[in-house]
Design a protein around this ligand. Structure first.
Ligand SMILES: [Zn+2]
Length: 346
């Protein structure tokens, strides 16, 4: 027997165009090749199947969906924003499709078309990307096309864009501050785990642990170190490029205060009996696709192992690592010692 070349999504009652009656049909998907603008693309196509007549068909809504998928595949190939990507940028500025079009100086329905099917030209694509990356540029465009907006709404949108400018400014400032701590670690070495500091990766690792563990500050430091140590042990490089110092509570990355104020997480004060704890929560959805499968495995095993240990237990555990025992107070912990990190035994 041949292997199936499709996957059954589900069965559903449907007005079958072949039998001319309402009966159970199969909704399936399969990989299909097609041409978009003379470019071959492969995408996951959805179709309906009538077992009575052994025929397949596609309702027009499904056909539209498939077309969008094929076109998004083309966009991906050409480095253009996907329809979903364009929508995300628009939503980030809290704009309707018409407003986003007008801000860019285009016809009312241009963005609606790009979000639904039409593929944008490269020049249009570039303009949208610039607006996404640079809110100051968005503000200039808004002012340039001011007459397209009603007075109140114009001021409202201006306020939203200005808050994005501040957000971005704060982020650059944080990145600058963190980078200053790493000025002497610009080369790959045993001290940064043969990886140059990757602040975007740190952002993502922080939001991962914030989401799945809600650790306190000190525990978060240890989670970072174990993530980098395990990654180094397995692949010979750290995951984030962070440099860790031997402090009384264990390994702590240089610039930890600035690192903990990165925008992917937020810290909330918690009163526990006589003292204040600083618990860490995610500030936005974790972007899991930014991690490789190997990285996700490591994050998962660190999260699982330390999930139910409190801060004291984690610090105590770290104190038994060669990385701690064999270094002195305030010394930078070389990754060659991190490599001796103990196997997790639950
Ligand atoms: Zn039928």
């Amino acid at each position: 027997m041949n292997a199936l070349n499709y996957l059954l999504i589900k069965e559903a009652q449907y007005d079958c165009p072949f039998c001319d009656e309402n009966h159970l049909i199969q909704i399936r998907k399969r990989m299909t090749k097609s041409l978009v603008k003379n470019e071959p693309v492969e995408y996951e196509q959805i179709y309906y199947y009538c077992a009575v007549e052994d025929e397949e068909f596609m309702p027009s809504k499904v056909m539209d969906k498939n077309l969008l998928k094929a076109r998004n595949e083309y966009r991906k190939k050409k480095g253009l924003l996907s329809s979903g990507g364009i929508k995300e940028i628009r939503i980030n500025y809290c704009l309707t499709q018409k407003e986003f079009s007008n801000l860019l100086g285009w016809g009312d329905v241009t963005i609606q078309r790009y979000e639904n099917k039409l593929i944008q030209d490269e020049t249009y694509d570039n303009l949208i990307k610039m607006v996404a990356e640079n809110p100051s540029f968005a503000l200039k465009l808004l002012d340039k096309h001011k007459e397209m907006f009603q007075g109140d709404r114009y001021l409202e949108i201006r306020g939203i864009i200005k808050s994005k400018i501040k957000e971005k400014g704060n982020y650059f400032l944080k990145v600058q501050q963190i980078s200053n701590y790493y000025i002497d670690f610009e080369e790959k070495s045993d001290l940064n785990g043969y990886k140059i500091l990757d602040i975007e990766k740190i952002n993502n690792v922080l939001s991962y642990f914030a989401k799945y563990i809600n650790p306190y500050k000190v525990k978060m430091m240890k989670l970072l170190w174990y993530t980098d140590a395990l990654n180094f042990k397995k692949f010979g490089v750290s995951m984030t490029g962070l440099v860790y110092q031997h402090l009384p509570m264990g390994a702590v990355p240089l610039g930890y205060n600035e690192i903990l104020s990165l925008p992917s997480i937020k810290i909330e004060e918690e009163y526990i009996k006589d003292y204040i704890g600083y618990k860490i929560y995610p500030n936005k959805e974790v972007n899991l696709s930014s991690f490789s499968l190997e990285e996700l495995n490591i994050l998962q095993s660190v999260a699982n192992f330390f999930k139910n240990k409190n801060t004291e237990e984690v610090v105590e555990y770290m104190h038994n690592e060669a990385a701690y025992i064999e270094t002195n107070s305030n010394q930078i912990i070389p990754y060659s010692l991190a490599q001796q990190v103990k196997e997790f035994k639950i």
